[in-house]
Design a binder for this molecule. Structure first.
Ligand SMILES: [Zn+2]
Length: 237
């Protein structure tokens, strides 16, 4: 059964209630969730499920489920499992997720400072990186940091826009990330828009205004192969 993705409409939901749809192999499926499942370079959320009797079940990771559109909440080994049909309260580890949202949105901004095809990327709660197909001599940590922070200082609001598969096919320049093709098949694709800065397909969670990023620091630039020049960043404060 597809899980209703509450974070899609509101990335700031820290708590919610849901009903247990299925339990199997230490994984809990819910009818709806605020837990983001690993994908697009963004890690799965962690947090807790609180049962009606008050019992707290730690969620150590979130993944896409076996059936299309479903989300699997992974419980800690040895913990008790809820019953199918039971209603539960959800709480995500918000400081961790918010750090991920800030870094994720920062990568969107940085991808508009380094003008090159993106060949990879990853986000962790404490750091994030993008890989570019570019000559190493064109990557200057100070310039990337300054350019990204200058855009962040514009403090513009982000939003989501939806386009059809056909509209995306007509605008291939929107797809900067060669390693992560936008999800297709549902007939429409979500884009993150940072007005006058960036517009690209993305299903992750982002901050509502890029001012929330604060600023970034480039901590490392490394040659990871012919088409992978890696730029790693952390939040400045
Ligand atoms: Zn994104």
């Amino acid at each position: 059964m597809p899980t209703e993705l509450l974070f899609r409409d509101d990335a700031y939901l820290k708590t919610a209630t849901a009903r247990v749809a299925a339990v199997r192999d230490g994984q809990v499926e819910l009818d709806r969730t605020i837990f983001y499942p690993l994908g697009g370079g963004q890690p799965g959320d962690t947090g807790i499920l609180v049962r009606e009797n008050g019992e707290r079940i730690a969620i150590v990771d979130t993944r896409k489920g076996e059936t299309p559109g479903s989300v699997a909440h992974l419980v800690a080994a040895g913990s008790t499992l809820p019953e199918t049909g039971e209603s539960v309260s959800l709480e995500i580890d918000w400081p961790r997720r918010y750090a991920v949202m800030r870094l994720h949105t920062a990568l969107h901004v940085m991808s508009c400072v380094v003008i090159a095809p993106v060949t990879g990327g990853n986000i962790a709660p404490d750091k994030a990186r993008l890989d570019f197909d570019i000559d190493m001599t064109l990557l200057d940590a100070g310039k990337i940091e300054h350019g990204t922070n200058e855009l962040i200082a514009r403090g513009v609001a982000t939003d989501s826009v939806w386009i059809t598969d056909e509209e995306l096919d007509a605008r291939p320049e929107l797809v900067k990330t060669m390693s992560v093709q936008p999800p297709r098949g549902a007939g429409r694709i979500r884009l993150l828009r940072i007005p006058d800065i960036d517009l690209q397909p993305c299903g992750g969670t982002h901050v509502a205004n890029i001012a929330e990023i604060g600023g970034i620091r480039v901590v490392r630039i490394r040659n990871e192969g012919k088409r992978n020049k890696r730029v790693e960043i952390v939040l400045a404060g």
